[in-house]
Design a protein around this ligand. Sequence first.
Ligand SMILES: Cc1cc2nc3c(=O)[nH]c(=O)nc-3n(C[C@H](O)[C@H](O)[C@H](O)COP(=O)(O)O)c2cc1C
Length: 203
Amino acid sequence: MKNLCTKDQILKSHQERFACKVFDKNKKISKEDLEFILEIARLSPSAMGIEPWKFLVIKDTNLRQKLKPICWDQDQITDASELIVILSRTKYSLFEKGYIKDICTQRKRDLDRCNNYIKNLPNINEWTKKQCYIVLANIMSSAKMIGIDSCAIEGFDSSYEVAKTLGVDTDIFDVALLVALGYRDMSITPKSRLDFDKVVEFL
Ligand SMILES: Cc1cc2nc3c(=O)[nH]c(=O)nc-3n(C[C@H](O)[C@H](O)[C@H](O)COP(=O)(O)O)c2cc1C
């Protein structure tokens, strides 16, 4: 398949993606761009292909005001054009509510194999949360590729409190992460990363 973007374009986009702390309150993401980003999120891979997530787009400004104090008073919560909450499924939802069974049936996958694998994991709720970081990365990278800035937000003391504020059924979902999206009102923070040789080893 022909390259869709040049390596230079992809690299530039990753170099210029940064944790945006100050968003332009007046510049909104178009519906089309938001739907594009959500579609990329939906296409994310997950272990065993179980897609243990749901995405809440918080349009209600009152809800965003309520979230701010429980998210370390971060301005991105209220000022970014969009705020997406990434929910992860609980163990109870996977097994007691039949989610695994349904998805295995849908995908024509071996239910016993799937059940055995997941039931042997040391912490199923943490495992489903981990899958959500893949979504986060895809959201932030794809947003930047279309010129949209972002900030991942894990800065909250209690995911339970965030969930309750949003009326999330905590038997079924945990709040894994938040991500603010919009247009920056600050300059791009220069990248500070460990050297290539420090983080890459060829064996
Ligand atoms: C999972 C995750 C959670 C984060 N949570 C916050 C947060 O709550 N608030 C914030 O301002 N930045 C947050 N960040 C941004 C990081 O601090 C930032 O990505 C890191 O320092 C590297 O900087 P860069 O993204 O500008 O390259 C988070 C990043 C990740 C990946």
